[in-house]
Ligand binder design. Structure first.
Ligand SMILES: [Zn+2]
Length: 108
């Protein structure tokens, strides 16, 4: 999909916390009444200010440990109160890292 021809109604004030795109549209309200936005670039839903709330590293480690032990994403999401999206992003990132480390070991 090309980036040209975006209608002007797309806000330029807010950026997607996931991919940094400002191609975001209003997408209703969250349960606590905050304005929600949808990133048209990657499909991420977010509320304003959410990008400042970085999840602590220990939560990430805890989540990945639970996944490694066989817990499902939805179970970890419920227990740690983290969005499934965040968890799957962590898994993707960590997965790539682990794969690289694995490759390194293979070459040695
Ligand atoms: Zn995005």
């Amino acid at each position: 999909m090309g980036r040209r021809g975006r209608p002007r109604k797309y806000t330029r004030k807010y950026r997607c916390p996931e991919c940094g795109s400002n191609w975001c549209v209003k997408n209703g309200k969250s349960r606590d009444g905050k304005q929600r936005y949808l990133c048209k670039e990657c499909g991420r839903n977010f509320t304003i200010g959410a990008e400042r709330l970085k999840k602590p590293e220990f939560l990430k480690e805890q989540a990945l440990k639970m996944i490694a032990k066989g817990s499902s994403i939805s179970a970890v999401s419920r227990i740690l109160n983290i969005s499934p999206w965040t968890i799957s992003t962590w898994i993707q990132r960590e997965g790539k890292r682990l794969l690289k480390e694995h490759e390194k070991k293979q070459k040695l």
